[in-house]
Design a protein around this ligand. Structure first.
Ligand code: WTA
Length: 655
C-alpha cells in the first residue's frame, strides 16, 4: 500500500463505542482477554466444552513437534452431529437452520434442523452406497444450494474429507484439485442461477473427469448430480448418478461414528506464491472449536433470536467456517442466497434482509464499495432496522466504505467487526469484539482472546507502536491448518521458515499509537482481487501456456472497486507477429478459461521486454509502478535500464 494511503489511514481518528445495550448483554466481555492470557489452553478447553464430544480429550494441545500441532488429543467428535443432531436432540428440531433463497424470485426453501438432519443422513447413506468410506476424499463443485451444505455435512459425518472447488473455477482448476487430493467421487449439479439465467456446471465436471481419468493417476468413479436448473446435461452411463435417484430414497437414519479430533475434515485449495495451489488441510476438533467459538463471540450470536447472513460463496473458506461449520454448530438460523447481489435488481440483498429480518450481516469490502457507487437510495428503499451487527472480511476495509456501511446498512448504530483471517487460519484471529471494542474505521483492532499475534520487523523483533512490519502469529490456535495436503515440507517452508517459531501470514500490518492493528495487505506475490486470493505466478503460467506468449509478468495494481486488479505484461513469441488485433481479448479469455473468470486480467499490455535484475528476476515492483500510473522508481538494479523506457513508451502508445 502506498505510504500516502497509510498515513491517511493512521490519521483516521473516528471511534465507535459499542452500543450500551449490546455491551451489557454481550456473549464475551473484556475479562476474556485476561483469562485467555492467563491460561490459553484452559481458555480453549472451555470453548471446546461448548461442543458435544463422543470422547473427551486427554490433552488440549500437543505442540511437541512444531509446526505440526495436535489439538484436543485423544478426543473424539463428529462435526455433522454437532451441526445438526445435537440441536434436534435438544428439542430445537423445528428451528429453521437455513432460509434458502434461490435467485429466481419466490424460489425459496426453509429448512429446519430436523429436516437438515434427515437430509444429511440420507446423503451419508447414499454416499456410502456409492462406496465412499472414512478417509476417502470427495470433491464438491456446486452452486449455492442447500444440497451443497448437505453434502459437506454428509462427508463430515462419514469422515470423508471434502474439497469444495468454487463453481467459478475452470475445468482445469477442478481437475488439478481432484488429482491433487485423489477424489474418486465428485458432487455437482446441472447448473445454478446467475443473473437471471441458468449457468451450467456439469460440462466443466465432465471435462475435468475426462482429464483426470485420462491422466490415470486418479480415477473418478462417480459423479453425483443434483438437478437444480433442469437444463440438458450430457450423461455418462456408469459414472453419473442423479441425486434424486440415490439420496431422496435413502434412509433418513444414519448412525454416525465419532472421529478422532485430528481426523481430516476438509482440504481447501488456495493460491500461494507459486503456480501450484496449496491444499490447506483442516482437521475436525480444533477447527470446530475455533470456528464455533469465534462465530459466537465475534458476531455475538444469540441463536434464539438472531438471523445471520454471510454472503460468501461456500467455495471459499468463509463459506466453510462462517456459513457451514461455525453457525450450524452454534444452532444459528441463517440465510443462504444462491445468486448475485444485482439480480433481478440492485436492491436484492437489502430486500432479503428486510424479508427475513436479518440481524447479523457479514460481507466483503468489495461488495460494499460497489453498493456505494450505485447510490444510497437503493438500500434506503428497504427496512434494514433489524440489523444489529455488521461484519467485514477478505481485504482491508477502507474508512470510506466502513462509514458508508455503518451509516447506510447499519443505521448508524450497528457495530462493525472487521475480521482478519485466512484460509490457513480457519477461524477469525484479529477482530473487534462487538460488546467490548471501540471500532476504528479500517482497523481490525486486536487479536481475539486466546490468540497471540504481533507485528515484527525483518529480525522478528516486535515493532513499537506507530510502526509497521510483518503480521505473525506466535502461538498455535485451534483451527490452524495442520499441513498442506501431501506436502509437509511445503507447509514448513511456506509459513514457518522465515523466522523460527513464528507463523508468517504473508500480510503487512501496522500498529497505531494505541497498539491496534491495521492490516495493509499482502507483502508477497499473492494478489487480492475482490477479496479473492490469486497468485501472480499462477496467472503467469496460464498466460505462457498460450501459444502466442513467450513470457509474462503479472502484478496486482490498486483498483478503487476491487482492491487490486490483475495487470499482465506479456512478450509475444516471434512467430506471433504483433499478435493480431484481438490479442488482448484472446489472452484475457485464455486466462479465464485456464483458471476461471475471476482471474481474468483487467489489463494486458504487450511489451517488448520485461524489467529483470541481473540475476534474471522480474522486477514486479517496477511493473506495478507502471500499472498504477506512477513514475518508475529506482531502476539501477536492472540488467538493462532502457527496458523501462521501452515499456513506458509502449504503454503510452496503448493508451
Ligand atoms: C486478506 C479470507 C485485511 C489478507 C478469510 C489475508 C484481510 C487474505 C482481511 C486471506 C481483513 C482477509 N483485513 N485483510 N479483515 N481479511 N484479508 O485465504 O491479505 O481468502 O492474508 O481468507 O485476505 O484470504 P483468504
Amino acid at each position: 500500500m502506498a505510504d500516502e494511503t497509510l498515513s491517511n489511514l493512521l490519521h483516521e481518528n473516528r471511534r465507535f463505542e459499542p452500543p450500551a445495550e449490546l455491551a451489557a448483554d454481550a456473549n464475551v466481555k473484556a475479562e476474556a482477554y485476561d483469562r485467555a492470557a492467563g491460561d490459553r489452553e484452559a481458555f480453549w478447553a472451555e470453548a471446546a466444552e461448548r461442543l458435544d464430544w463422543g470422547k473427551k480429550w486427554d490433552q488440549v494441545l500437543d505442540w511437541s513437534n512444531p509446526p505440526f500441532a495436535k489439538w484436543f488429543v485423544g478426543g473424539e467428535i463428529n462435526a455433522s452431529v454437532n451441526c445438526v443432531d445435537r440441536h434436534v436432540d435438544a428439542g430445537r428440531g423445528d428451528k429453521v437452520a437455513l432460509h434458502w433463497v434461490g435467485e429466481p424470485a419466490d424460489d425459496t426453501r426453509d429448512i429446519t434442523y430436523a429436516q437438515l438432519k434427515d437430509e444429511v443422513s440420507r446423503a451419508a447413506n447414499a454416499l456410502t452406497e456409492l462406496g465412499v468410506k472414512k478417509g476417502d476424499r470427495v470433491a464438491i463443485y456446486m452452486p449455492m444450494i442447500p444440497e451443497t451444505v448437505v453434502t459437506m455435512l454428509a462427508c463430515a459425518r462419514l469422515g470423508a474429507p471434502h474439497t469444495v472447488v468454487f463453481g467459478g473455477f475452470s475445468s482445469d482448476a477442478l481437475a488439478s484439485r481432484i488429482t491433487d487430493c485423489g477424489a474418486e467421487v465428485v458432487v455437482t449439479s446441472d447448473g445454478g442461477y446467475r443473473r437471471g439465467a441458468p449457468s451450467a456446471l456439469k460440462p466443466a465436471v465432465d471435462e475435468a473427469v475426462q482429464k483426470v481419468n485420462a491422466a490415470g493417476e486418479v480415477t473418478v468413479r462417480n459423479v453425483l448430480v443434483v438437478r437444480r436448473t433442469g437444463q440438458d446435461v450430457a450423461w455418462n452411463e456408469g459414472t453419473d448418478v442423479w441425486w434424486h435417484d440415490v439420496v431422496d430414497g435413502a434412509s433418513p437414519d444414519h448412525t454416525p461414528e465419532m472421529h478422532d479430533a485430528e481426523h481430516p475434515l476438509y482440504v481447501m485449495y488456495t493460491s500461494g506464491t507459486t503456480g501450484k495451489p496449496k491444499g490447506i488441510l483442516h482437521t475436525t476438533g480444533g477447527y470446530l472449536v475455533g470456528t464455533s467459538y469465534t462465530h459466537w463471540s465475534v458476531f455475538d450470536l444469540k441463536p434464539e433470536t438472531d438471523v445471520y447472513w454471510c454472503t460468501a460463496d461456500v467455495g471459499w473458506v468463509t463459506g466453510h467456517s462462517y456459513m457451514v461449520y461455525g453457525p450450524l454448530a452454534n444452532g444459528a438460523t441463517q440465510v443462504l442466497y444462491e445468486g448475485t447481489p444485482d439480480a433481478p435488481h440492485k436492491g436484492r440483498w437489502w430486500e432479503i434482509i428486510e424479508k427475513y429480518g436479518v440481524t447479523i450481516f457479514y460481507t466483503a469490502p468489495t461488495a460494499i464499495r460497489t453498493f456505494m457507487k450505485q447510490g444510497d437510495d437503493i438500500p434506503a428503499k428497504f427496512d434494514l432496522s433489524s440489523i444489529r451487527l455488521l461484519g467485514s472480511v477478505g481485504e482491508p476495509i477502507n474508512p470510506e466504505a466502513y462509514i458508508w456501511y455503518r451509516e447506510h446498512i447499519g443505521g448508524n448504530k450497528a457495530p462493525i467487526v472487521d475480521t482478519w483471517w485466512q484460509t490457513e487460519t480457519g477461524q477469525i484471529l484479529i477482530s473487534p469484539l462487538p460488546g467490548v471494542t471501540a471500532g476504528k474505521p479500517g482497523s481490525a483492532m486486536r487479536p481475539l482472546p486466546g490468540i497471540v499475534a504481533d507485528v515484527v520487523d525483518d529480525e522478528a523483533k516486535s515493532v513499537p507502536n506507530g510502526s509497521g512490519g510483518y503480521l505473525v502469529l506466535k502461538e498455535p490456535w485451534p483451527a490452524m491448518l495442520r499441513t498442506l495436503w501431501g506436502d509437509d515440507q511445503r507447509f514448513v517452508d511456506t509459513y514457518w521458515s522465515r523466522w523460527q517459531g513464528l507463523y508468517f501470514a504473508g500480510d503487512g500490518a501496522k500498529k497505531d499509537e494505541d497498539g491496534d492493528l491495521w492490516v495493509l495487505g499482502r507483502v508477497d506475490d499473492v494478489m487480492n482481487v475482490s477479496g479473492h486470493r490469486l497468485s501472480t505466478t499462477e496467472i503467469e503460467s496460464a498466460l505462457v501456456s498460450h501459444p502466442k506468449v513467450a513470457e509474462a509478468a503479472v502484478v496486482g495494481a490498486a483498483d478503487d472497486m476491487t482492491g487490486q486488479a490483475v495487470c499482465a505484461f506479456v512478450i509475444l513469441r516471434d512467430n506471433a507477429g504483433d499478435g493480431g488485433e484481438d490479442i488482448v481479448t484472446e489472452l484475457r479469455n485464455h486466462v479465464a478459461h485456464e483458471i476461471g473468470p475471476i482471474a481474468k486480467p483487467r489489463q494486458v499490455m504487450v511489451v517488448p521486454e520485461l524489467p529483470k535484475t541481473r540475476s534474471g528476476k522480474i522486477m514486479r515492483r517496477l511493473l506495478k509502478d507502471v500499472a498504477e500510473g506512477r513514475d518508475v522508481g529506482d531502476v539501477t538494479t536492472l540488467a538493462d535500464s532502457s527496458v523501462m523506457e521501452l515499456i513506458k513508451a509502449r504503454e503510452a502508445g496503448n493508451a
